[in-house]
Design a protein around this ligand. Structure first.
Ligand code: SAM
Length: 459
């Protein structure tokens, strides 16, 4: 299934994984109430006036944590079409809430308990958190972009004013949300029927915005096939919330306005998804001049030209003609060499084994290669590696400099709640108390590591 790339967080050199409250292993499918974050329980229970919502204490005592979460049954405006998979025995339904996000509406295709779980998110229980999002079907703030046609690409967006790095370009709440298992487990006809049903039940303006989206030049498709082609051409992969009992199973999601952004291998914007607001945010990754096209990368950009072209052709069926793909041959070769070097250096920088060659100088090279490659979306990671390397040899001031850069470049790209951003904030505030403090020196010059469990690299 075609879908846009998602951020991976390759900065897994943490010895203390801030993101994982219950350890790093996958949760059993029926969940574990004690593993979930207290803050999220509080947020959900305080923001919901209904008395059926268990208190944080009640949730904690639930023998089957996951079931406690679904005591609150969301009032869906449409949820009368379902199919049960013979393959997995799961029942998938189309759920629509036409009042979601101030009447914009949203539709899900997934099992009922998962839909009810997602509906406990603040985006549903506290409409305030999504006020001001979705400035497109109904606009109250002037747009920083306009839509126009780009020869060979269909429609696209251009900057209508100077946009600075870090500026918010647009944000959309979830529109059409499909559990990957529906796609994998159901017969194609049933799956496509649920998907079309989900779209048809949205409020008309929203439904029409989806139906106008690109089918990548396919025409005269019957309605159900057209919806399927629109989903395949425009969907983003979304990773489930870490508290979702079914977190091993991802979604693909269509956002009707964001879907108008075309691909560039060196894009000037990037996106992240926030589960609390069920919103995809698009920010500028560098300054964008008036009249310049606003672009995203549909794939991981840290790939050689040939690999990028292959992937774009296979998943979206277009021949990438962005400047990084069409520059003269000598420049392409130089770029591919830098890409290969970036990927090699990353192995060293992510390794905290005593034999790793990583050093502050290597991290400086890593930062420079990203700048040379115009990989603004990945700069925060490079800065984070540099911060950890400097701190690892006891250079707190340079470590703080890079940690601050990582935070500033990371917030627009992965959001303020991202665990790497939080980790760098912690380093900038207290390098001496950070996990990386003197860690390289200790590993290289300290007593020999104990053999076996816990020794050496945490990868
Ligand atoms: C998510 S949509 C982007 C918006 C689309 N151009 C439209 O008219 O709504 C993805 C489709 O846009 C087109 N597209 C996006 N980036 C492109 C590029 N760099 N070159 C050519 N076509 C592109 C392809 O048809 C692709 O299947």
């Amino acid at each position: 299934h075609s879908s846009n790339h998602q951020h991976q967080h390759p900065l897994h050199h943490h010895h203390h994984d801030l993101g994982a409250v219950c350890g790093s292993g996958a949760l059993p499918l029926d969940g574990d109430a004690t593993c979930r974050s207290d803050i999220e329980y509080l947020a959900a229970s305080q923001k919901d006036n209904s008395t059926t919502q268990p208190t944080p204490e009640e949730r904690r005592q639930c023998p089957h944590g996951a079931d406690c979460d679904y005591q609150h049954k969301h009032a869906w405006t449409h949820s009368n079409q379902c199919f049960t998979s013979a393959k997995s025995n799961l029942e998938f339904c189309a759920f629509t809430d036409t009042s979601f996000a101030n009447g914009r509406g949203t539709s899900f295709v997934m099992p009922a308990r998962r839909a009810d779980y997602i509906a406990t998110s603040p985006a549903f229980t506290d409409p305030e958190v999504v006020a001001g999002v979705n400035q497109d079907l109904v606009r109250t703030i002037p747009a920083v972009y306009e839509m126009r046609e780009f020869p060979g690409k269909g429609m696209g967006l251009v900057a209508a004013k100077l946009i600075r790095r870090g500026d918010l370009i647009m944000a959309n709440t979830v529109s059409l949300v499909i559990d990957y298992r529906a796609f994998e487990d159901l017969p194609k006809e049933e799956y496509q029927q649920l998907q079309a049903f989900a779209v048809d039940n949205l409020p008309p303006a929203h439904r029409d915005a989806i139906m106008r989206l690109s089918t990548h030049f396919a025409s005269d498709l019957p309605h159900i096939a057209r919806v399927d082609k629109i989903a395949a051409t425009n969907a983003f992969d979304i990773e489930p919330d870490a508290d979702d009992a079914e977190q091993d199973h991802g979604f693909f999601v269509v956002f009707p306005e964001i879907a108008r952004m075309n691909h560039d291998c060196r894009p000037n914007a990037d996106y992240y998804f926030d589960h609390a607001t069920l919103t995809q945010y698009i920010h500028a990754t560098r300054d964008i001049a008036v009249g310049e096209e606003i672009t995203l990368s549909y794939i991981n950009p840290v790939m050689t030209r040939a690999a990028r072209l292959r992937k774009l052709q296979r998943n979206w069926g277009f021949e990438c003609a962005c400047s990084a793909c069409t520059q003269e041959r000598a420049l392409t070769e130089a770029s591919d060499k830098r890409i290969r070097q970036i990927n090699k250096l990353k192995d060293d920088l992510t390794s905290w084994a005593p034999g790793s060659r990583a050093s502050p100088a290597m991290a400086e090279l890593f930062v420079s290669l990203h700048q040379q490659e115009r990989l603004e979306s990945a700069m925060y990671e490079a800065y984070a590696f540099a911060a950890a390397e400097y701190n690892g040899v006891g250079e707190p001031w340079t470590a703080i400099k890079y940690a601050r850069l990582a935070v500033d470049w990371g917030i627009p790209i992965v959001g303020p709640k991202d665990r790497d951003v939080l980790d760098m904030e912690a380093l900038a505030e207290d390098p001496w108390g950070h996990w990386s403090w003197m860690l390289r020196s200790k590993k290289r010059f300290g007593p020999p590591e104990e053999k076996g469990e816990g020794a050496g690299d945490d990868e």
